[in-house]
Ligand binder design. Sequence first.
Ligand SMILES: C[S@@+](CC[C@H](N)C(=O)[O-])C[C@H]1O[C@@H](n2cnc3c(N)ncnc32)[C@H](O)[C@@H]1O
Length: 226
Amino acid sequence: MEIDFWLERWDNNQTGFHQQQVNPYLAYFYGNKGPAVEQREKLKVFVPLAGKSKDMLWLSQNSYKVFAVECSDRAVKDFFEDNALNYKHAAKEQHALYQSSDLPSLIEIFQGDFFELQQEDLDDVTDIFDRASLVALPVEMRQDYAKKMAELQKPGVRTLLVTLTFDPEEMNGPPFSVTEEEVNDLYSETFSIQKLLVKNVIEEEAGLKKRGLTALDETVYKLVRK
Ligand SMILES: C[S@@+](CC[C@H](N)C(=O)[O-])C[C@H]1O[C@@H](n2cnc3c(N)ncnc32)[C@H](O)[C@@H]1O
């Protein structure tokens, strides 16, 4: 899916992937199950292909620093405006950097192409929350995405990766089905992989059911850059 596809979706309000609620896995693994509150301000969570996800707000409200990338300026502005956050922005050639200006909320969004990020952009990132990013990309792009992720991360960076698995004969993506085998193929050389949970979510995804899915599993993995 090239960037123009996504910009058009934002322009036409075709944003069915956007969740009104904070992602439950984020709240679980970074909340009570996660690091103690006093540890969190040392942690910076990267949110790739972020859209205007409420997850960024939750992270910031729960003492994490946030760095995100999103190609649509509409999505980025909506994120700050919908959440009544003041922001400043600096435009560069191919991208812009948006930053919340209400302390203590520390949210930085790189508005541009994920594939243009440089290692130094993720210098102090300790964690990554990847929901609906890997599954937003078709198979060839997923290989480039995983390779880029490995290039960007320092050893020890942890990722919470949320994927969807379904019969691809039943529905064209996005979202795309990503199997456990593919996660292993994409990441096992450069990351350790732990499968944390699998949940049958077909009844929670009315939109995808309407598009033809009869079964849908959500899987959460923890990856650690080797
Ligand atoms: C399926 S949505 C997921 C959004 C978000 N993670 C969430 O949970 O709501 C994928 C997002 O990635 C953005 N996107 C797609 N390709 C991108 C790229 N190459 N660089 C930056 N953003 C991209 C799209 O504009 C879209 O908002």
